[in-house]
Design a binder for this molecule. Sequence first.
Ligand code: CA
Length: 361
Amino acid sequence: MDRRSFLRASTVGAGAAASTLAAPVYAQGKRTLTMVTSWPRGFAVLDDAASYLEKFVSEMSDGNLTIDKKAPGELVGALEVFDAVSSGQADMYHSADYYFIGQHPGYAYFTAVPFGGTAQEVSNWYYHGGGEELHDELGQIFNLKGLLAGNSGSQSGGWFSKEIKSADDFNGLKFRMPGLGGKVLGKLGASVQNIPGGELYQALSSGALDGLEWVGPMADERAGFQEVAKIYYTAGFHEPGSALASSVNLDVWNDLTPQHQHILRYASMAVTQYQLAETLANNGAALARLQSQGVKTLQFSDDVWDAFGAASKEVMDENMGDELFAKIRTSFEESLANSASWINKSDGYYVQQRVRVLGGE
Ligand code: CA
């Protein structure tokens, strides 16, 4: 199936109207790229990453390559950024690629998959296990050059109006979770919705949602969910290390000088490390503040984790009819197995021993 032709045909109105925006040229050696994002301005972690990319690219290019960042609604909606960049309405996006599993399920791997990799393991795969090349292979279908810029680290299980005592408690629960993780909760009977971040507080406070997952303590505190829910599960199965994407329209990418291509790629890498470190440095203190505001923190029981595992395998297997999905999954799981065989014996074991010897949580 030629998705690119289909996509272009389906967005011909928007694409044609915006064609004057989509053909930027270097003016006196300078170029500005319009970057549409899925994040309201000031959203912790996510808009932070997009803002760092804007800053790093400008600084690295001495102001010759700049990014004009657009929040949802300024050019297109939060979840319309992929189609906008694919069609040339905007030059690049900053988002989470698993919002676009409707375009292709393989996009889940470029954010996070259930029982997937930690932030470090995702980078191991992306830069040294074939992930970046597969992002480009997938991007070719949609006229995109794939780039990752940012990682939220291990995401929280989420906010709930009641405790989850068994997997049956997900039955009928109105819950927000995007990506393949959401399909897993659907297997457990949840009514799963993908609502943009900027609309979540209202949905939870109005009762349109019984619960939601967003990111982690730092981002969740800034979003204010502690004001409308008091039960917070800390570890989640669905996003153990969620990457953010900064992909570029392929025609725009090919039109950039090699130096500016390098700057975008290296700035994106730097954002991943810098923003991830900021997030991990702040999550612990943010969690303590949430607890001091009456939030009860819990972990899912082993039985619930087992149910997540069984449903996750079903969801992943259901997509294996797609050749490219199967290729991406195989590549990712091979890399993960290599990572895990060492990380479990080094970082994982070390942290257990550090807690045992020195104490602490
Ligand atoms: Ca999330």
